[in-house]
Ligand binder design. Structure first.
Ligand code: CP
Length: 302
């Protein structure tokens, strides 16, 4: 079988990304279709999720497909000691595609090598979350009119934030200027800076963003992820370092938008929600259209 998986955002060429975004626009105009009639998609969530799982399931349902899977590894035979290898070898018999979230980095690549059907990485540890990136790109293009030459502020947990890592790699295709705002402990890993260095792209690191916020086209806030810390005291030290509040947005660009992959904890105060510059709930909605586009492209459905 000629199968194409989506494990890392770099599995997609720039042309493929643009083509998925264009197709997502078509699904936004008409989300209910029958392209997945007769198809079964497995959603295997070894880690909790609200948006990714439900928007995938909504996307599949709106395309007429069926869903099998689990929302919690404790309801699968993993609790009896089954390996990921054996789970994937089994599930591949039951479906036409696997969507998987797993806490271990590299697990999605491994699954894609074992499965006979395409695998979509719905987040593997602190590594990658490529479908989130596609909906982020969709949201950025929709609100800014273009992906070219934007000033992107990435704020919060840049060390463990898989959405940040995937987005950085994707936006590097469009001559982006990156501003990294994080506590010392959660700085962007050096390999991503080397990645940008190699491409000759500009990036700046800051410990605060109140003075420079007016330069942003997109502010991408992220949660400090408690589940990635082995020492709870380390988490306590950094969890509330950045809190975006409505009054801080006064001098920001008219068309600036605030994105967040969600869930949020305290990093965006609820007083921002009514500001027209907040876009995170529409961003989550865009996940349905972009996931419809990704699924149909990987399954080669016209
Ligand atoms: N953005 C995102 O991955 O959200 P969930 O963890 O709720 O799926």
């Amino acid at each position: 079988m000629n199968k194409k998986s989506l494990v890392s955002i770099d599995d997609l060429s720039t042309d493929e990304m643009v083509s998925i975004l264009d197709l997502a626009e078509e699904f936004e105009k008409q989300p209910s279709q029958t392209l997945l009639e007769g198809k079964v998609i497995a959603t295997l969530f070894f880690e909790p999720s609200t948006r990714t799982r439900l928007s995938f399931e909504s996307a599949i349902s709106r395309l007429g497909g069926k869903i099998v899977g689990f929302t919690d590894a404790s309801s699968s035979s993993v609790t009896k000691g089954e390996t990921l290898n054996d789970t994937i070898r089994t599930v591949t018999n039951y479906c036409d595609m696997i969507v998987m979230r797993h806490p271990i980095e590299g697990s999605a690549r491994l699954a894609s090598e074992i499965a006979d059907v395409p695998v979509i990485n719905a987040g593997d540890g602190a590594n990658q979350h490529p479908t989130q990136t596609m909906l982020d790109l969709y949201s950025i293009r929709k609100t800014q009119g273009s992906l070219d030459k934007l000033n992107l502020f990435l704020v919060g947990d840049l060390k463990y934030g898989r959405t940040v890592h995937s987005l950085l790699m994707a936006m590097s295709r469009w001559n982006t200027t990156f501003n990294f705002i994080s506590p010392e402990e959660l700085r962007i890993p050096v390999e991503y800076k080397l990645y940008l260095d190699k491409l000759g792209l500009r990036y700046y690191e800051h410990s605060d963003f109140t003075e420079i916020i007016k330069e942003a086209d997109i502010i991408y806030m992220t949660r400090v992820q408690k589940e990635r810390f082995s020492d709870p005291m380390e988490y306590e030290k950094v969890k509330n370092v950045y809190v975006l509040r409505n009054h801080m947005l006064r001098e920001t660009k008219e068309n600036m938008k605030i994105l967040h992959p969600l869930p949020r904890v305290n990093e965006i105060h609820t007083d921002v929600d009514m500001n027209e510059k907040s876009y995170y709930f529409q961003q989550a909605l865009n996940g349905v259209y972009t996931r419809q586009a990704i699924i149909t492209r990987l399954l080669n459905l016209k």
